[in-house]
Ligand binder design. Structure first.
Ligand code: GAR
Length: 195
């Protein structure tokens, strides 16, 4: 059976990309294959991870970002786009062209601590400020509303009394993001190849 062709969009460390690559290696992700990694940050460590795994990777910055992104994705025959720590909001025009074909991982239990301005460490700072005792991660489809698309998977993670934003971020990644994102990638890839 054919595999869904996946592009992963990144901006930073790329631990979620690594989780996807590991899942592919382990056969957890088997209905899709990571064929392309695109970074909007030339210094993203995620690029090194792609290189090490032998996956085609490129940096995309500057004018006409979305038009060029669209061309690259279509040219590569991409079926599914995964935002894995991609720190740029895609326009309504762009997301409308990829209905149920873009996934995002968010480091909180949507609808808490999400939307514009809630990304990376800021999400965990906000959770600690609010004093929640449970947080987690969400994988969802991407539509025109930031963090507003249909929820695919969620997992709760405990907040501990002495947590800092950094320790909480790490626990949410380890206990939720790195598990959920490959599971969701498999789930959606399976659907893509069956359609
Ligand atoms: C992850 O925690 C991811 O959920 C978050 O940024 C981090 C990227 O880490 N994404 C967002 O906040 C998007 N709204 P990584 O580069 O090591 O995967």
């Amino acid at each position: 059976m054919r595999k869904a062709k996946i592009a992963v969009l990144v901006s930073g460390g790329g631990t979620n990309l690594q989780a996807l690559l590991n899942a592919q290696e382990a056969g957890i992700l088997q209905s899709g294959e990571i064929s392309l990694v695109i970074s909007n940050n030339p210094d993203a460590y995620a690029l090194k991870r792609a290189e090490r795994a032998g996956v085609r990777h490129l940096v995309l910055i500057g004018r006409d970002f979305e038009a060029r992104l669209e061309n690259i994705l279509r040219g590569a025959g991409i079926d599914l786009v995964i935002l894995a720590g991609f720190m740029r909001i895609l326009s309504a025009d762009f997301t409308a062209r990829w209905p149920n074909r873009i996934l995002n991982v968010h480091p909180a239990l949507i609808p808490s601590f999400c939307g514009k301005g809630f990304y990376g460490l800021r999400v965990h700072e906000a959770a600690l400020e609010r004093g929640v005792k449970i947080t987690g991660a969400t994988v969802h489809f991407v539509n025109e509303i930031p963090d507003g698309g249909e929820i695919i998977l969620q997992k709760a993670v405990a907040v501990l009394p002495d947590d800092t934003p950094e320790t909480l971020q790490r626990r949410v990644m380890e206990e939720a993001e790195w598990i959920l994102l490959p599971q969701a990638a498999e789930l959606v890839s399976k659907g893509v190849t069956a359609s």
